[in-house]
Design a protein around this ligand. Structure first.
Ligand code: UD1
Ligand code: CA
Length: 455
């Protein structure tokens, strides 16, 4: 079920697309669902901003059902009747509860089949059950459920029940659809509650049972920003613990944001306040210093990322040193042992083995060989206002500080460029290019000026 708006989030974005652990809520739920049944048997019931939700999850290969008007969780299952009625059993998951595991769904399904129930609900005991539907059992030791009472309709006594309805169910599809028409909207929200199927099915002499999980955190739903923060924290800490178990040092893990798909090899050190996002991969014996934000980048072994670096779609070979304060944009490939330093921005470049660009530089659309020294303040002028052009700098070149290289341009192997040059023509191998105004010295000029002013 993923059709709701998520009113409590006060957001333009549909609830199920809000992210925890770096991925939309719904994507977590789908990832779990497809580990239980084939993707072709997974349906997302979508409604509010349906096309946006579909577009964000289409890569998972699941199917969709449209609930054009959202009139409650019971109504969501009514909308899915055509798609589901021919199956024997239907597992219902909540698109906003991302911590559920395939193991727990498996237990729930097995219990449902063993008990030959028409409806089986997953429950948990929560210290603070506020906001959740409460489970009223026939008696405390019985699996049989009398009813599910929503928070808003619960009596003072019922509110004291700590066993909550998780929003995960297994239904006998025939019984569900034989009886779903009996749901009514006579409740506080004037909605069709799926939870009311407990009483409806009992009334039809069907079995309704509950299976309680000991992993209460698995049922947490992200209905509010505070609940999303709790779930996100849980996922981040779980990820950090897994990394630490695998030999990675994470200092002050509560300050780090590491996405689920990030890989880090043993003996690497992640300092406080680091964000590692998307599909980032980090080798062994690296050190990522504080305040770096790294997305979808591949980092080799023994690489040092000094404080304050920003990277996206970069590849860094073994032993390179980056930062502090470097900005590596997509397509930056930094060679083995190379250095990219203070306030250097790179985009779509190859920097060869052992080459250095240490200070205040922009390198874009450039192919730079090995053993090259890029002086402070060098700029590749890659853009003529319409098109991008390439700068080629061959092995062993020395670019003097404050040079501008107007692309397309090529500096041959072993050549030198004098400081503050504006290079517009190719420089031949082993040559020297100087492209700047010759210095003029006027001796005594200042004293003459002062003397003239004194008059
Ligand atoms: C629901 C349960 C509650 C349970 C809780 C667990 C009902 C009436 N209540 O409450 O007993 O404790 O989940 O998390 O079911 N949705 C649709 N179409 C709709 C309405 C909702 O697809 O018309 C989807 C939502 O997008 C969401 C899910 O169903 O993913 C649950 O809806 P939500 O409004 O969050 O229900 P809760 O109030 O949390
Ligand atoms: Ca919910």
């Amino acid at each position: 079920m993923a059709a709701g708006k998520g009113t409590r989030l006060k957001s333009q974005l549909p609830k199920v697309l809000h992210e925890v652990g770096g991925k939309p809520l719904l994507e977590h739920v789908i990832a779990t669902a497809v580990r239980v049944v084939p993707a072709a048997d997974v349906y997302a019931i979508i409604g509010y901003e349906a096309e946006r939700v579909r577009a964000a999850t289409e890569h998972t290969g699941i199917k969709y059902v449209l609930q054009a008007e959202q009139r409650g969780t019971g109504h969501a299952l009514m909308a899915a009747q055509k798609a589901l009625v021919h199956h024997d059993h239907v597992i219902v998951l909540s698109g906003d509860a991302p911590l559920i595991t395939p193991e727990t769904i498996g237990h729930l399904r097995n219990f449902h089949l063993e008990e030959q129930a028409a409806m089986t609900l997953l429950t948990a005991d929560l210290d603070n059950p506020t906001g959740y539907g409460r489970v009223v059992r026939k008696n405390p030791r019985s699996a049989d459920v009398r009813a599910i009472v929503e928070e808003k309709s619960a009596s003072a006594v019922q509110k004291k029940i700590h066993e909550i309805n998780s929003g995960f169910y297994v239904f006998d599809a025939k019984e569900l659809y034989r009886n779903i028409g009996k749901l009514s909207t006579t409740n506080v929200h004037s909605e069709y509650y799926l939870t009311d199927m407990a009483e409806v099915l009992r009334g039809a002499q069907q079995r309704v049972v509950a299976w309680k999980t000991a992993n209460a955190y698995e049922v947490l739903g992200g209905n509010t920003r505070a609940e999303l923060a709790d779930i996100d924290h849980y996922l981040r800490m779980t990820k950090c613990r897994r990394l630490m178990a695998d030999g990675v040092t994470v200092f002050y893990p509560a300050t780090c944001v590491i996405d689920a798909d990030v890989q880090i090899a043993p003996d690497s050190v992640i300092e406080p306040y680091v964000q590692l996002l998307g599909k980032t991969r980090i080798g062994t014996a690296c050190r990522v210093r504080s305040y770096s934000v790294i997305r979808d980048s591949e980092i080799g072994d023994g690489v040092i990322i000094r404080p304050g670096c920003v990277m996206e779609g970069a590849r860094i070979a073994n032993g390179a040193v980056i930062g502090p304060y470097s900005h590596l944009r997509p397509g930056s490939e930094i060679g083995e042992g190379a250095h990219v330093g203070n306030f250097v921005e790179t985009k779509k470049i190859r920097l060869g083995k052992g080459s250095k660009a240490n200070h205040l530089t922009y390198l874009g659309d450039a192919e730079i060989g090995a053993g090259v020294n890029i002086g402070a303040g060098t700029i590749t002028c890659n853009y003529d206002g319409v098109h991008k052009h390439k700068t080629v700098i061959a092995d062993g070149v020395f670019i003097g500080s404050d040079s501008t290289l107007v692309a397309p341009v090529r500096v041959g192997k072993g050549a030198y460029v004098g400081a503050a040059s504006c290079i517009t023509d190719d420089v031949p191998e082993n040559g020297l290019a100087i492209g700047r105004a010759r210095q003029v010295v006027k001796e005594g000029w200042a004293s003459a000026r002062k003397a003239a002013k004194g008059k």
